[in-house]
Design a protein around this ligand. Structure first.
Ligand code: NAD
Length: 502
């Protein structure tokens, strides 16, 4: 595999990309691009039209073993000993290249997972910012000195040490960002990485692998192994892995907890959600309508913290939900490279069928379809996996569409009468990732921010994400935090040193 082209944007065209060169994509192990030991590949499919994009190496247990050994060697011989300023310099060098070539990554993600180019492009500030934030963290790690009460004269301090080899496993719904969210903190902490991206969208992560080599990252510090669930399972169970950093579904998270038991790996789990988004009658409805709509429709609903349970105060329920439905009908579902497109396809046929199953469940349980409700099966987009923005009204708390994560552009709108009731109902879920509150009443906003059981609460906004602000789950949405100063701590061990001074 060649280094990235210095001016690739001149060669970018819809559904063509310099990185997609007709040759099967290889694994990055120990600084070398290599085929899977078995020689097997799998096919990456373009969700906009159902056609193959390229073949990708399908890593098996032997490849995982090679990658983990490469990561261990790099940890012991180079990265663990690399000075913070040098780790920072490499992360910043990667950020510089990434910023210059961002367009190339945006296009590749649009082709690979179906994110509209308007969305994949708009991630630039956040994604470059993530890398720079972790670069800053690399030189900000410190232990502490501790006053103790031991008899005699003792001096106690703590050291923060990198955990070791990290197995990182990511989903498809924002490929380049998901990968940076693992690579950044791990490298800043001094850990080495074996990263397995989603089989639905591996390409931008592979391109990142080359970018980090170009930025001067020593061989073996970042290894990328592609494949499906079995590849991830082999990584999660490997005894040479010290920590697994996982983002994905709750069911897979539970499998990873079980797989990690062998050597009691440290875990951080960013899992699913069914987040409440609560609109009071006193809210600025002109802000809340698009806010509530895009809290779910953005990325075709393929966002873990999407505000899919839309609770609306009863006295404005009909008007408000009607306006959200209208908003959903007004945004463009279309070809991903059309700059006007807001809603692209779902990532795969499997995901399409899953979402359509929920649309059917909503109808059969008696919810009222106020917008969308069926996949696009006619016209230019029929060969892709497109579902238009969908709003279900008259939803009850016990309906399947109000309880289970759909991961599609589907809002379940529920009326409520008072604050006590909406707190109870908002928290009546096994998940706890995000929550939204729309109101002008400050006391109510503070009260709900405390009472809602979720890792993030957004007031008069939704999914406002920043590299410095921690993000993660309560309950079955997982544990550990990404972003914020807490994130790098997930990759560090704390060692207490006590010295008898006299
Ligand atoms: P998934 O759990 O099916 O897959 C995620 C990753 O795990 C993929 O790379 C997959 O190959 C791998 N995998 C599958 N089975 C495995 C196993 N047994 N052992 C190890 N790895 C395995 O999830 P998905 O369908 O790709 O993504 C959607 C899910 O991710 C949703 O539930 C969504 O809420 C969640 N998600 C959460 C966050 C967050 O930050 N909390 C962010 C994005 C997505």
């Amino acid at each position: 595999m060649n280094s990235l082209n210095p001016d690739p944007s001149s060669r970018l065209q819809p559904h063509k990309h310099p990185f997609i060169d007709g040759k099967p994509k290889k694994l990055l192990i120990g600084g070398q691009w290599r085929e899977a030991v078995s020689g097997k590949t799998f096919t990456s499919i373009n969700p906009s039209n159902g056609r193959p994009i390229t073949e990708i190496a399908d890593a098996g247990a032997e490849d995982i073993d090679l990658a983990v050994h490469a990561a261990r060697k790099a940890f012991e011989t180079t990265w663990r000993k690399c000075k913070p300023l040098d780790r920072q310099a490499i992360l910043n060098a990667a950020a510089d290249i990434f910023e210059k070539r961002y367009e190339e990554f945006a296009w590749l993600d649009s082709i690979d997972y179906g994110g509209p180019i308007s969305r994949t492009r708009s991630g630039k500030r956040r994604h470059v910012g993530l890398l720079r934030y972790y670069a800053a963290q690399a030189v900000s790690l410190h232990g502490e000195t501790i006053e103790n009460s031991l008899p005699g004269d003792f001096f106690t301090y703590t050291l923060k040490e990198p955990i070791g080899v990290v197995g990182a496993i990511t989903p498809w719904n924002g490929p380049v960002g998901n990968s940076l969210w693992k690579i950044g903190p791990a490298l800043a902490a001094g850990c080495t990485v074996v990263l397995k991206p989603s089989e639905q969208a591996s390409l931008s992560t592979l391109m990142l692998g080359q970018l980090f080599l170009d930025a001067g990252l020593p061989p073996g510090v970042l290894n990328i192994v592609t494949g499906a669930g079995a590849t991830g399972a082999a990584l999660a169970a490997h005894p040479g892995v010290d920590k697994v950093a996982f983002t994905g579904s709750t069911a897979t998270g539970q499998a990873i907890v079980r797989a990690s038991a062998g050597n009691l790996k440290r875990l951080s789990l960013e899992l699913g959600g069914k987040s409440p988004n609560i609109v009071f009658a006193d809210a600025d409805l002109d802000e809340a309508v698009p806010g509530a709509a895009m809290a779910v429709f953005a990325n075709s609903g393929q966002i873990c913290s999407a505000g899919t349970r839309l609770f609306v105060e009863r006295k404005i329920y009909e008007e408000f939900v009607g306006r959200v439905a209208e908003y959903g009908r007004s945004i463009k579902v279309g070809e991903v490279f059309d700059p006007e497109t807001v809603i692209g396809p779902l990532v795969s046929e499997t995901q399409l069928n899953r979402v359509c199953g929920y649309l059917e469940a909503g109808r059969s349980e008696g919810a009222r379809v106020m917008a969308g409700g069926r996949r696009l099966s006619e016209g230019d987009l029929a060969s892709g996996y497109f579902v238009p923005p969908t709003v279900f009204g008259d939803v009850r708390d016990d309906m399947k569409i109000a309880r289970e994560e759909i991961f599609g552009p589907v809002i379940s709108a529920l009326p409520f009468d008072n604050i006590e009731e909406v707190i109870t109902r908002g928290n009546d879920t096994s998940f706890g990732l995000g929550a939204g509150v729309w109101t002008k009443d400050l006391s109510r906003a503070h009260r709900l921010s405390r009472e809602l059981q979720s890792g993030s609460v957004w007031v008069n906004c939704y999914q406002a994400m920043d590299p410095a602000v921690p993000f993660g789950g309560y309950k079955m949405s997982g544990y550990g935090r990404e972003s914020g100063i807490q994130h790098v701590e997930e990759y560090l061990n704390v060692k207490a040193v006590t010295i008898k001074v006299s």
